[in-house]
Write a protein that binds this ligand. Structure first.
Ligand code: FEO
Length: 386
């Protein structure tokens, strides 16, 4: 993997998984990345999900070439990176485990092995010499769990970045722009809640000379490193990446959908970028990602059982949990009697930081009449001008 050939990729590609974290569709699968550093001492950098245990252990065995690993560095305890850990601990009984204090509070829950004599506890700034390679550890709490840490290998200027800079799909390096799309969906949905903690990590990394980023998912990043870090800086600051509108709707009988798509068409006519999402039919993680991508959002939902139609209620709950903020939002509500959806969308948005709701909202009186179409055009014009 690296010029010296002493750092090897031993990750596994899981193409058959249906839902990552039991929630997110991954049409191109996901990789569980792991690396091995071959030096006087050998360090294995993370393991893999139980689904890929056999592949990962085979890859490790091949890379070791008959040697035994001295250390397993655990940067993140989540099971997509530690599901194979128990097998590895049994197979290599002399292998020490490198983690921080929080790692070792969690680790016993994930293994039946006695690890009491195998622990190497590190803290911020500690180093581990392997020979010509040296790892320095930086704590990265809540990027994405409390025990997360990243490791910097100084001789080859490699950052082992844990979940940060990960991407859904395979490990093929497709360049910054192609990476960005599914990396944004990954970032927002997996780590998006923890923007402040990601910013803190980026600040720490600012002092490092990084040539290569080795994340726990997706491709190893070997060029344009500053541009990748720039993307993370934008996303974690909750700044929009592009100007445009995400039109997110749900519809019981098609009338709210008609209103939302009409509004989207009118926005498009102004030359503003638009993406539409049917919240009941798509994996919502795509729509959530687009609310981070764009600076504006239109929400369209009907009333249902005197409440908000469930797909929109779920969507707003996800936005809240991802700390959605600092955006302008237009509202389209619908209801055949006692319309509640507009009020409830406003209430949900009022609990989010720096969200500006455009006035007036459009009320669809069950179906889109000519006067409603006019109001939708006006909303489209107004949101296009923001
Ligand atoms: Fe890839 Fe937070 O685990």
């Amino acid at each position: 993997m690296t010029k010296s050939n002493s750092i090897r990729y031993i990750g596994a590609y899981d193409k058959s998984i249906d839902l990552f974290e039991g929630l997110y569709t991954v049409p191109e699968g996901i990789t569980y990345n792991s690396y091995v550093i071959l030096d006087d001492k050998i360090a294995v950098m993370d393991s893999a999900d139980i689904r890929a245990a056999e592949d990962w252990l085979d890859n490790l065995e091949n890379a070791l070439g008959g040697r035994k690993p001295d250390y397993l560095v655990i940067s993140h305890m989540e099971p997509d990176h530690t599901g194979s850990l128990n097998d590895a601990l049994k197979r290599y009984p002399d292998m020490k485990i490198v983690g921080n204090a929080k790692t070792f509070t969690m680790l016993p829950r994930y293994t039946e092995c006695d690890i009491s004599e195998r622990k190497v506890v590190v803290k911020e700034g500690d180093t581990l010499s392997l020979g010509s390679h040296t790892l320095t550890f930086y704590m990265a709490p809540m990027v994405h769990w409390p025990e997360v840490m990243v490791s910097y290998e100084s001789s080859e200027k490699i950052l082992f970045s844990a979940d940060a800079f990960g991407r859904f799909g395979n490990a093929e390096d497709t360049g910054l722009e192609a990476w960005s799309d599914d990396a944004l969906r990954y970032y927002v949905n997996i780590v998006g809640k923890y923007g402040a903690q990601v910013q803190a990590l980026l600040k720490k990394l600012g002092g490092l000379d990084i040539d290569t980023i080795c994340p726990l998912h997706g491709p190893v990043l070997e060029s344009d490193i500053k541009a990748y870090i720039g993307k993370y800086n934008t996303w974690s600051a909750y700044k929009p990446e592009e100007k445009g509108v995400a039109v997110c709707y749900c519809s019981i009988h098609g009338n709210t959908k008609k209103a939302a798509l009409l509004c989207a068409d009118e926005i498009l006519k102004t030359g503003t970028a638009v993406k539409t999402h049917d919240l009941a039919r798509e994996d919502m993680s795509f729509a959530v990602a687009d609310t981070f991508r764009y600076d504006r959002v239109v929400l369209a939902a009907p009333t249902y059982d005197a409440a908000l139609f469930p797909p929109m209620a779920e969507f707003l709950s996800r936005l809240k949990s991802k700390n959605f903020q600092s955006r302008t939002v237009g509202i389209i509500e619908n209801g055949s009697w006692a319309s509640m959806s507009g009020k409830l969308m406003r209430e949900a948005l009022s609990g989010m930081k720096n969200v500006t709701v455009l006035e007036p909202a459009v009320t669809v009186p069950s179906t889109v009449k000519p006067e409603t179409a006019k109001e939708l055009s006006e909303l489209a014009l107004e949101i296009s001008r923001v």
